[in-house]
Structure formats: structure tokens, C-alpha cells
Design a binder for this molecule. Structure first.
Ligand code: 5GP
Length: 222
């Protein structure tokens, strides 16, 4: 298992294209000092991805609560908060503020997902913990490209029907449910191609335990 060191934490590639956004952003990656140095000396990068409704947030919250060695990144998004969503679920920002941060090289990765931008700010204070990212598969692919030994995990629901029920239960509109369901098949194929570990979130306790075991195995092998 490789570690995120100052030398590994480099920024040699142009800003990634925003998939679905008409191609590459203007070439303004300019890799500033903040993106070159280690993000507060993070140890391992762990990426948890999965289709909408799979319960990533719940699984990740449980995992973090039981593992002080994990540091969860808080993403930026241009999406509006959902009714009842915690105000700190994301850094909710305007599109222009998000784009300013892209221009400044302030994201580790970012992607457009169903019309909104989501991104991981370059972390500053990980301080020896393992950096946990809960991001979509496009973002996972960017992380894998820059840090090939990052640990990739794909959470899936036991069936499409369960996914649909979970999306409806959290208040997605019928249109949002349809779009997220259609996107899911694409995401699962892409994550599988990246070699992600697949964890089925049927029973929450089991899913958390399995994810913890995958992380534990990765830590032991480093
Ligand atoms: P939601 O709108 O349901 O909160 O998130 C939509 C998708 O964006 C989910 O797959 C979620 O994991 C992903 N996402 C959240 N934060 C980030 C991020 O920082 N970067 C990327 N690439 N995807 C993110």
C-alpha cells in the first residue's frame, strides 16, 4: 500500500475535465503550492463510492464514529440542500465560487454529477490519519489516476428495488429517482473496471463491518 507523501501528492496533470460538461476546463491548473504539498501528511486515501440511495453517508458516519484513524473530507457542491439535510453535509456554494476554486487549483478532484458540481477540497490538516472520501465514481477515477494505490470501495444495494425504495424514502422526486437509477448501472460498471472492492449494503452493521475489514487489511499491507 502506498502512502501519500509529499512526492506522491503532486499535481502534474491539468485540471480534469468535468465529465458531462462539454470537455476539459480551460488549462489553468497552475498547481499551486497548496496542492503540491502533502495534505497534512495523510496516510492512505480511501475512496467510498456508490450509486445514490445506497446509504454511503450512513455507512461512512458509522465507520468514522468507530475509527479515530479516519479523517472525512467535506465536499463542496453547487447542489441546493435537500429539505431536512444537515447544513454541514456539504459546503454549499454557488457555481461561480466553485469555479473560482477550480481555477485556483483548490480541488483534489471534482466532477459534474446530474447537473451539479461536487469536489474534494485539497485537504490541509489530515495529520497522519487516513483520508476518507465519499465521492462519485468519476471522482474515484480521478483519485485512482493520481494515486494508483488509493483504496477504492464501491457500496451497492442488494437490488435495484431496494435502491429505488431508499431513494423514495429520502424524498427524491420521481424524476430524481429515475435519473439516479439510470446513472447507477453506469457507475457500477465504471467502479468495477477500476477494481474497486464491492461491499453490499443490505444489513447496515454487516456493511460497516465489511468496510472496516477491507480498510484494516489495506492498513496491514502497507
Ligand atoms: P448527492 O447529491 O446525493 O449528495 O451526491 C451525488 C453524488 O455526488 C454521490 O455519488 C456523492 O457520493 C457524490 N459526491 C459527493 N461529494 C463529492 C465530491 O467531492 N466529489 C465527487 N466527485 N463526487 C462527490
Amino acid at each position: 500500500m502506498a502512502w501519500v507523501t509529499s512526492s506522491a501528492w503532486r499535481c502534474s496533470a491539468p485540471s480534469p475535465a468535468i465529465p458531462g460538461d462539454g470537455g476539459p476546463r480551460p488549462d489553468r491548473h497552475q498547481c499551486n503550492r497548496d496542492t503540491r504539498r502533502s495534505p497534512g501528511a495523510a496516510a492512505m486515501i480511501i475512496v467510498v463510492s456508490g450509486p445514490g440511495g445506497v446509504g454511503k453517508g450512513t455507512v461512512v458516519r458509522r465507520l468514522i464514529a468507530g475509527d479515530p484513524g479516519l479523517w472525512l473530507s467535506r465536499s463542496w457542491t453547487t447542489r441546493a440542500p435537500r429539505p431536512g439535510e444537515a447544513s454541514d453535509a456539504y459546503e454549499f456554494v454557488t457555481r461561480s465560487r466553485f469555479e473560482q476554486r477550480i481555477e485556483a487549483g483548490g480541488f483534489l478532484e471534482y466532477a459534474e454529477f446530474l447537473g451539479d458540481l461536487y469536489g474534494t477540497p485539497v485537504p490541509e490538516d489530515v495529520d497522519g490519519s487516513d483520508l476518507l472520501l465519499e465521492i462519485d465514481v468519476q471522482g474515484a477515477a480521478q483519485v485512482a489516476e493520481r494515486y494508483p494505490e488509493a483504496l477504492l470501495v464501491l457500496l451497492v444495494t442488494p437490488s435495484d428495488e431496494v435502491q429505488r425504495q431508499r431513494l423514495e424514502a429520502r424524498g427524491d422526486t420521481p424524476d430524481q429517482v429515475a435519473r439516479r437509477m439510470a446513472k447507477a448501472a453506469e457507475e457500477i460498471a465504471a467502479a468495477t473496471a477500476l477494481g474497486a472492492h464491492v461491499v453490499v449494503n443490505d444489513d447496515l452493521d454487516d456493511a460497516v463491518a465489511e468496510l472496516a475489514a477491507v480498510i484494516d487489511a489495506a492498513r496491514r499491507s502497507r
